[in-house]
Design a protein around this ligand. Structure first.
Ligand SMILES: *Cc1c(COP(=O)(O)O)cnc(C)c1O
Length: 383
């Protein structure tokens, strides 16, 4: 048992116990459990919170990613086999969704300062088959969207976002927007349900309608099936929990920023490379606080040292997608990630990150004393 666990979901939800129980009771008593008034209200509220016109609740984040891409195919904006640029260092869901939609993920190395897809490497990864970019806001920091939108506009590419780690990160985006943004409300996310949940937000009413149909057996009218859909819907009980939690998201993210700022100013250990606070701090919601060590040995030693002090840590992610067995070989394998022999199959930056990153606790439930203790343990580490 860790003295300071990496993340304690019971502690995260405990302050809202009454509101959550009320939400559950109201749904049970309503007699309507899937795609009802709570789902509708949460879709409206969350889309508005994100600055988009439409929200479509789905079963989880992976489905949100997959269905926004599939809907783009159904609408003729993409076609099977089109190439989509994705960061090489992401959670595997991003890459799986591209494959699941029948598209080809083309991996692009990250910018080491932001951990996000490097806009300067997009051009080299493009071919005539490139039709879109799926940016990921890893660790809660927004990717360089102005550069990505500018690049996409110049080349006529669609832009999608995997925002599963960045609820509440804001960018002054003027009149710019992506074609669709996918969210996960997995319990550990900055805004987490008490089970699985996800959403697609978009300004495109056609795309929203098709995502909604695809998540409901491809049907709009009962027993009339326009598409070969799936079953991926947002439960009323999860929507009611999320509605109860949404008003607190900004204050949780503010607390995360406060903790991250303390780490960045008070950790002074020459072995530890701290993440950068963006020029506009609102562009980061610190889903996790990820630092970097010189090599794998020192990273593993730091993890052991923190564990011996009762401090929980995690590695996001120890194996990059292209190194997973799932992508090791076969027709669904490596060549899908590395089309046309253009890339040599090596992603040294993504691979080095997997060997050297370590995430320490940063959730809003940490007390000032706990943060002080973590900083002390980090500063005491020697190799
Ligand atoms: C959590 C996560 C997902 C998947 O969300 P699920 O709800 O677990 O399906 C996708 N992408 C990223 C970056 C994530 O962190």
């Amino acid at each position: 048992m860790m003295k300071i666990p990496f993340l304690d979901l019971k502690q995260v939800n405990a302050p809202y116990m009454d509101a959550l129980k009320d939400a559950a009771t109201a749904v049970v008593e309503s007699g309507w459990y899937i795609r009802g008034s709570y789902c509708e209200r949460f879709e409206k509220d969350f889309a508005a919170y994100c600055g988009y016109a439409y929200g479509v609740g789905v079963g989880n984040g992976l489905d949100a990613l997959t269905l926004m891409l599939r809907a783009s195919i159904e609408l003729g904006r993409l076609k099977p086999g089109d190439e989509i640029l994705v960061p090489a260092n992401t959670y595997i869901a991003t890459v799986l969704a591209v494959n699941a939609a029948g598209l080809v993920p083309v991996l692009v190395e990250p910018d080491e300062k932001t951990f996000n897809i490097d806009p300067n490497r997009l051009a080299a990864a493009c071919t005539p088959k490139t039709r879109g970019i799926l940016a990921v806001h890893l660790y809660g920091r927004l990717a360089d969207m102005p550069a990505i939108w500018a690049f996409a506009r110049a080349r006529g590419l669609l832009v999608f976002e995997d925002a599963a780690q960045s609820h509440g990160a804001f960018l002054d985006r003027a009149n710019l927007s992506s074609n669709a943004v996918a969210y996960s409300f997995y319990p550990t996310k900055n805004l987490g349900a008490l089970g699985d949940a996800g959403m697609v937000v978009t300004d495109d009413v056609e795309l929203a309608n098709v995502v909604r149909m695809l998540g409901n057996y491809g049907s709009e009218q009962k027993y009339v099936n326009r598409y070969r859909g799936v079953n991926s819907r947002l439960d009323e009980i999860q929507a009611a929990f999320l509605l109860a939690k949404l008003p607190h998201l900004d204050s949780w993210n503010a607390r995360r920023r406060e903790i991250a700022a303390r780490y960045c100013s008070e950790v002074k250990n020459p072995l530890i490379r701290l993440p950068e606070i963006p020029a506009d701090p609102m562009e980061h919601v610190w889903h996790v606080f990820t630092l970097r060590m010189p090599d794998r040995k020192t990273r593993d030693a730091l993890q052991k040292h923190l564990e011996s002090r009762g401090i929980g840590t995690l590695i996001f992610y120890p194996i990059p997608p292209h190194r997973q067995e799932a992508y090791a070989a076969g027709p669904d394998g490596r060549e899908f990630l590395l089309p046309a022999g253009r890339l040599d199959g090596k992603f040294p930056i993504a691979e080095n990150l997997a060997d050297t990153v370590l995430s320490v606790p940063v959730s809003q439930v940490l007390t000032d004393d706990e943060v002080t203790e973590i900083i002390g343990a980090l500063n005491e580490f020697v190799c």
